[in-house]
Design a protein around this ligand. Structure first.
Ligand code: GDG
Length: 467
């Protein structure tokens, strides 16, 4: 395969971020490293076999980066100014759409300047795709930051096959209709030929919203537009590279790191584990409160049990995220300072991101995985835990409001708003007989290994490319 950047591509993925991170060496030489994450792992083999291009932002504001070839496919950077980052990314994407689409857990902020910038940047992405796409190419647009790209792209290039996948939930019409630009967003995304959502509830929410547009009809996974076009709408629950995760977790290096970690935590009998981007949708406040109360009432014993919580820094310049960080610091500090145990703190809390190997080691040592989002499109953490835990003597506590709950039915299900309910379920998950836990783990592991990320990508693209 050619190492130079191709002028045109027959397969294009377009996402807010590129799948690479820039790394600077000691000699100031810049190189690019594949960024970790499910989407990249899923789409890389597809891009390599098709010779495609990935179009997205490279992560540095006010900088132009030339296209380059990376591990078998082309990387096409789209520039964003500092103002674009503030208004398009931090503003409209993450302070308007993100909270609106997550049940308005935080109050969505509506600013007309943000909307103007959102439209401008979406046009820029569409333009970049239009210039690069071969005749009749397949284009797969990713996620809420680019909801207007399908329409803009179709205006520029009606010959393309355009798919769109929303990684976050799509809200019910009662919430969505608050958005001052609701019709424009729906018309934008309806520029696609195929629209994919995480779970069937999002499909029906979307069809109900789309039917409110003049002369639009929709039912049973299809929307018919006034211009005669038909858009297919379907659920494609995303997953993980289950085999890759399992093999990583079982590698000698990760096993050694797991032993070391356990020792650093004071060799506790039982380890509870949570890992999330520090985001208010992930339900950290309630989770820490529930576990803190269990330690406080001695239903969890700090002499034998540790709760390890890793929170990955995220959107640190958005106000709600700063407030959340302060709250969690305070709560954890209070719980640890009030503990009777001098030997160790009940909560080992880290605000940092760790290498993939370290995360796999953490999954390995976790006896109980606690995943309690208030709303989540899917939640890959729950699936990664199942792939990494080859022994069945463990348990998953899972929020009923995560998309994953529809597939991982045997999890210990919780309502993350119900603190007492969560406490009771955590204790049950710890104390159930081993054969009950083993049966649950086996069933869920089977689900994750049989529905992996390849199946997700293949089924979307097969559907998009079939007539
Ligand atoms: C969105 C939707 C949907 C986390 N900390 C570290 C780290 N991670 C990795 C996890 C996992 C990923 O980040 C998080 O994925 P989630 O699915 O849990 O959540 P979001 O980031 O909110 O993702 C979500 C997803 O898109 C896919 O469609 O499931 O609902 O909100 O892979 O492992 N990875 C490393 N170090 C960390 O510290 N290496």
């Amino acid at each position: 395969m050619s190492e130079s950047v191709q002028e045109k591509a027959s397969f294009i993925v377009v996402a807010n971020r590129l799948p690479v991170d820039r790394v600077s060496g000691d000699d100031d030489q810049v190189s690019w490293r594949t960024s970790p994450g499910g989407l990249v792992t899923a789409l890389e083999p597809v891009m390599q076999s098709r010779g495609g291009a990935w179009i997205g932002w490279h992560g540095a504001p006010d900088e132009q980066v030339e296209p380059f070839h990376h591990q078998g496919y082309d990387i096409i950077p789209v520039p964003l100014s500092s103002q674009d980052v503030e208004q398009f990314y931090e503003g409209f994407s993450n302070a308007t759409l993100w909270p609106l689409f997550h049940d308005c857990i935080a109050e969505p902020v509506f600013h007309r300047e943000w909307w103007d910038c959102f439209r401008k940047v979406n046009r820029r992405f569409a333009q970049a795709v239009a210039e690069r796409a071969d005749n009749g190419a397949t284009v797969w647009v990713q996620d809420y930051q680019l909801m207007l790209v399908p329409q803009y792209l179709r205006e520029l290039r009606p010959d393309l096959r355009i798919g769109f996948f929303l990684h976050i939930p799509f809200p019910p019409p009662e919430l969505f209709s608050r958005l001052p630009w609701r019709s424009e967003i729906i018309e934008g995304v309806l520029g696609s030929d195929l629209l994919g959502f995480q779970f069937p509830g999002c499909v029906s929410n979307f069809i109900r919203v789309a039917r409110r547009l003049p002369d639009v009809e929709g039912a049973r996974g299809r929307v018919h537009l006034p211009d005669g076009r038909m858009v297919s709408i379907k659920a494609f629950p995303i997953s993980i590279d289950a085999v890759g995760m399992r093999d990583l977790a079982n590698s000698p290096e990760v096993r050694a790191e797991a032993e070391k970690l356990r020792h650093e935590l004071g060799d506790p009998q039982t380890i509870l584990f949570g890992v999330d981007r520090l985001d208010y949708s992930k339900g950290l406040r309630g989770r820490v409160r529930a576990i803190g109360e269990l330690f406080d009432s001695h239903q969890l014993d700090p002499e034998t049990t540790v709760f390890l919580q890793l929170a990955t820094p995220s959107r640190e310049r958005v106000e709600e995220y700063r407030a959340l960080r302060g709250d969690i610091d305070l709560m954890v500090g209070r719980i640890n300072s009030e503990s009777d145990s001098l030997a160790r703190s009940p909560i080992a809390y880290r605000y940092t991101s760790v290498p993939r190997e370290t995360l796999a080691a953490m999954y390995q040592i976790a006896d109980l995985m606690i995943v309690t989002p208030l709303r989540d499109g899917m939640n890959l953490v729950a699936k990664e835990y199942l792939a990494c835990r080859s022994r069945n003597d463990s348990a998953l506590v899972l929020s009923e409001f995560a998309g994953a709950a529809l597939e991982l039915k045997q999890a210990y299900m919780v309502n993350p708003y119900d603190i007492d309910g969560m406490k009771a379920t955590i204790l049950k998950a710890l104390n159930d007989p081993p054969r009950v836990k083993a049966r649950k783990m086996r069933a869920m592991r089977k689900q994750v290994f049989e529905h992996d990320i390849d199946l997700w990508a293949d089924s979307f693209l097969t559907e998009l490319e079939s007539d």
